[in-house]
Structures are given as structure tokens and as C-alpha cells.
Design a protein around this ligand. Structure first.
Ligand code: ACO
Length: 401
């Protein structure tokens, strides 16, 4: 009879690290985070500089290829992405299989997973050219897929991509445009959304990226891997947090109620947490939240709108950052704290927030997936466990139990 606990003692040690708080699962040259200082670099470039001066297409090129593009390389990359924005016409039929009010993330998990059935020709992961074609297809088609998920959820006809628009302008038109009517892209909104995409492009080995890598480590095709990433991102502790943060701000409603919610967040008998606060890696202000806060003001000014929830958010941040609980636990606003306020001002319903995150993070996912597959040392990901069940015992026939 095998005594499992003795067996563990004999087979040597392995690391027990629930939540992988101190386990590096891979080497990567894409993104660096210093959580204590609040630093985020993509291929060495600070996120603040990229958000201020760059475009999402340029950052996508950087993450995929390792260097910022020359003008010529950028134009070629944009043209390549533009050529891949259309979806196979039969995918429109696939959408119609969902309930009419399906959550856009449910639709996206399904549609992206189904892409492998439509694009067999780019599923040979051993060929670097095919891998790059699949990556371009995913980056290019994600705005079309997300916009169609939105159109489907509101019962409006799909709009085909219009490729003389920018990547982000095209997405805005496919989402908010109506067939047979001109849609004018607001340049401030276009810039703000493009910046939000930059801020979400990659974030090293977060839960969804690790999911993409783990799925990809078995040799699964890239469309299936990205669908796995989308499923993981959906959770409220990850990509779903901006939806949850905005809902929370609406629930708070007015500044006088903030202390009540701060007290609840501190109460260990109450499962409530301040959504959009805290981060596994940042123990300082998330540098993406700083850019987000500034972008809220720009969008409000351009659209000539205001929203009382922004005032609630600003005051909540101020009060929380003076509170001992949040100071001691180093809980600061993260990227999701302000993004919902902007997205809502632009006109996106909360159900689309995580879909937008998935659209932007696709770049990081495919770049990380390519990095992993190109590594000659790459192995299937296979964590171990600490078994806590019964030790070996004999089967008892049902009549004797
Ligand atoms: N409100 C109140 N208390 C919090 C919060 C919060 N938002 N976040 C963490 N804490 C507390 C925990 O209760 C815990 O307290 P304890 O030590 O007394 O038990 C301590 O801070 C550490 O929290 P953990 O959950 O152990 O930290 P972890 O690194 O596992 O979690 C996470 C990070 C999931 C982001 C957490 O801070 C959280 O739930 N935040 C709210 C959800 C959110 O905003 N998610 C978005 C993350 S960013 C992104 O995905 C893009």
C-alpha cells in the first residue's frame, strides 16, 4: 500500500506557490514591470511615452517585432492589418446561433475559437510565416468581431470594415455607425480609444496571457489559444474589473456615500472589494491609471459632457489613499478604475468593456504566443500539485458501502 504523504517526502521537493505569486513561468523580452516603483516598459519603452506619442498600430508592431517601426515599416504593417479585417461571410451565420441578448464576451469566446475552422491555412504553428499570418489575422479581425458582437446584442445590422479609416476609427464606425448613413469619427474620441488600446496591449504574465501560453504550450492552434485567453479575461478579478468598477461607482452614486463603501471594503466579514483598486504586481500607482485619469478629462471636454461618477471616482481615490488600510496594503487605483468612465462617455455599454480589453490584449497574447513557440527550449506547461485526498485504499462493492 502506498502512503502518499511518505511518497511526497521521498520524491523530493517542488515549489508550492498557490496563485503563482513568486513563480516565473517563462523568460520574456516583451514587457517589464517594477510593481514597487509603478514602472511599465514595453520592449524598454515607458508606457507613458508610448501612450502620449505612439499609436496602437505602432505599439502592436513593437510588441510583435521587438523594435519600433520606421515609417515605411509602419505603413506596410497597417496595410497588412487592413487587408485582414474582413470576416468570412459564413461567420455572420455563426453569430446568429447565439441568443439575441448574448453577452459580447460569450460571443467572442465562441467566434474567436471558431476562427480555426475558417482559417485552416494559418494553423501550422511550426511555420513562422504562418504564425505571423495568424497573428495579423487575429489583430485585424478582433475589432470586426467585437463590433459585430455589439451589433448583434443590440439587434442592429452588421457593418463591414471600411479600411480607409484608422484601426480604431474603423472599429468606432463598425460599432456606432448605421448602414447607409455617414459616420464621422470624432478625432479626440479616436485618439482616446487608441490610447486605451495601447494601455491594455500587454502586461507580462497576467492570468489571461498565462492561459494563452499554457494552452499554446500543447501545440494548440493560435485561434483556440486566444479564445482561451478571452475566457480567462472575462473574470471580474481580471478584465471584468472595469465593468465591475463602473457598476460600483454608480452604486455609490454620490460622494457622501463613499465612507460607507470604504468601510465595507475594509470589513473582513464583507466580501465587497473596491473594484479597480489593488493589483497583484503594482504596490504603487498603476502608471496606466495616471494616463486614464487624464484621458477622462480630454474625452469629457471633446464631447462636452460630464458624469457625476467621475467626481465620485476622484473623491473615492483621494479618500482611499489617505486611509491606513489602503496605505498599509499598498492598494492603489489600477488601469480599470477610470477606463469604464471613459468608455461609458464614448457610448459603450458596460457589457462591451471587457470585449474592448480583449481586442487590445490580443496583441500581447499573440506576441507572447509567438515568443513562446519560437523558443527552441519550449516545453508543454505542466504544473504539479500537493495532493490532499485520501491515501491508497481498496475498492468496496456498492452493496457493501
Ligand atoms: N479592496 C479591498 N481590499 C483589497 C482589495 C480591494 N480592491 N484588493 C486587495 N485587498 C486586500 C485583500 O483583502 C487582502 O487583505 P488581507 O491581507 O487582509 O487578507 C490584501 O489586500 C491582498 O489582497 P489579495 O487578494 O491577496 O491580493 P492579490 O494580489 O491576490 O489580488 C487583485 C489582486 C485580484 C487585483 C485584488 O487587488 C482585487 O481583487 N482587486 C479588485 C479587482 C480589480 O480591480 N481587478 C483588476 C486587476 S487589474 C487587471 O486585471 C487589468
Amino acid at each position: 500500500v502506498v502512503d502518499i504523504r511518505k511518497l511526497y517526502a521521498q520524491t523530493g521537493a517542488f515549489t508550492y506557490d498557490p496563485g503563482f505569486t513568486s513563480t516565473a513561468s517563462c523568460e520574456s523580452g516583451l514587457t517589464f514591470i517594477d510593481g514597487d516603483q509603478g514602472v511599465l516598459l514595453h520592449r524598454g519603452y515607458p508606457i507613458g511615452q508610448l501612450a502620449e506619442n505612439s499609436s496602437f498600430m505602432e505599439v502592436s508592431y513593437l510588441l510583435l517585432n521587438g523594435e519600433l517601426p520606421t515609417q515605411d515599416e509602419l505603413t506596410k504593417f497597417e496595410n497588412t492589418i487592413t487587408r485582414h479585417t474582413m470576416l468570412h461571410e459564413q461567420l455572420a451565420t455563426f453569430y446568429r446561433g447565439f441568443r439575441r441578448d448574448a453577452h459580447p464576451m460569450a460571443v467572442m469566446c465562441g467566434v474567436v475559437g471558431a476562427l480555426s475552422a475558417f482559417y485552416h491555412d494559418s494553423t501550422d504553428i511550426t511555420d513562422p510565416t504562418q504564425r505571423m499570418i495568424a497573428s495579423h489575422r487575429l489583430i485585424a479581425k478582433m475589432p470586426t468581431i467585437a463590433a459585430m458582437a455589439y451589433k448583434y446584442s443590440v439587434g442592429q445590422p452588421f457593418l463591414y470594415p471600411k479600411n480607409d479609416l484608422s484601426y480604431t476609427g474603423n472599429f468606432l464606425r463598425m460599432t456606432f455607425g448605421v448602414p447607409a448613413e455617414e459616420y464621422e469619427v470624432n478625432p479626440v474620441v479616436e485618439k482616446a480609444l487608441d490610447r486605451i488600446f495601447i494601455l491594455h496591449a500587454d502586461h507580462e504574465q497576467n492570468a489571461s496571457t498565462s492561459t494563452v501560453r499554457l494552452a499554446g504550450s500543447s501545440g494548440a492552434n493560435p485561434f483556440a489559444c486566444i479564445a482561451a485567453g478571452i475566457a480567462c479575461l472575462w473574470g471580474p478579478a481580471h478584465g471584468g474589473a472595469n465593468e465591475a468598477a463602473l457598476n460600483m461607482l454608480h452604486e455609490i452614486g454620490r460622494p457622501e456615500r463613499i465612507p460607507e463603501f470604504i468601510a465595507r471594503a475594509k470589513d473582513k466579514n464583507d466580501p465587497f472589494r473596491l473594484m479597480g483598486f489593488g493589483h497583484r504586481v503594482y504596490k504603487n500607482y498603476d502608471p496606466r491609471a495616471t494616463v486614464m485619469q487624464k484621458t477622462v478629462r480630454e474625452v469629457f471636454a471633446a464631447l462636452n459632457v460630464s458624469d457625476p461618477v467621475f467626481e465620485v471616482a476622484l473623491q473615492l481615490e483621494e479618500m482611499a489613499l489617505k486611509d491606513d488600510y489602503f496605505v498599509e496594503k499598498k492598494l492603489f487605483p489600477n488601469v480599470d478604475f477610470y477606463s469604464g468612465v471613459i468608455l461609458s462617455a464614448i457610448g459603450f455599454p458596460t457589457t462591451m468593456f471587457t470585449a474592448l480589453f480583449a481586442l487590445a490584449r490580443t496583441v500581447g497574447w499573440v506576441a507572447q504566443w509567438n515568443e513562446m513557440i519560437s523558443d527552441p527550449e519550449q516545453k508543454i506547461g505542466r504544473p504539479r500539485q500537493l495532493y490532499t485526498g485520501p491515501t491508497q485504499r481498496d475498492y468496496v462493492p456498492v452493496s457493501q458501502r
